[in-house]
Design a protein. Structure first.
Length: 148
């Protein structure tokens, strides 16, 4: 996108420009991904008791989830360069919904770990949001857009 097509200010309540529509869709998609990414954390006490998980197994679930996020960020950044942030977000939301729904069917440590690791990839949504706002806003306000 050329610099002349970038927004030079942030009007939060303006949905008429493509830049502000992209901004709002981007933060909302990030919210959904963030909610899915951290949704199991408040339930870990119950999950641990129900599945008879040890503290070490819970630790491995956390490590796996965070580790895959780092790897997924590299892939998602490349994907944004190849197909753009809109399609990358669509794909991440669609694919990410599968393990989020599936974790309810986990019946032991192994299945829980696999779903948890798959959910960890959703953490790469941060890259797409940053990418999207960076191409939509001019240098005078891109920092504020990324921080909002």
């Amino acid at each position: 996108m050329e610099i002349q097509n970038k927004a030079t200010r942030i009007n939060l309540f303006n949905f008429t420009t493509p830049q502000m529509r992209a901004f709002h869709m981007s933060w909302f998609a990030f919210f959904l991904c963030f909610f899915a990414w951290f949704g199991i954390a408040p339930l870990m006490k119950v999950v641990r008791a129900e599945m008879h998980l040890t503290q070490e197994q819970v630790g491995w679930c956390i490590i796996g989830s965070v580790s895959i996020t780092v790897i997924a960020r590299l892939f998602i950044g490349w994907l944004c360069d190849q197909i753009g942030p809109r399609l990358a977000y669509t794909g991440l939301l669609l694919l990410g919904s599968i393990p989020v729904m599936g974790i309810g069917f986990a019946h032991d440590y192994t299945t829980f770990l696999l779903f948890r690791v798959a959910i960890g990839a959703i953490g790469a949504s941060f890259v797409i949001t940053q990418y999207h706002t960076s191409i939509m806003f001019a240098p005078n306000c891109v920092g504020t857009a990324n921080a909002t």
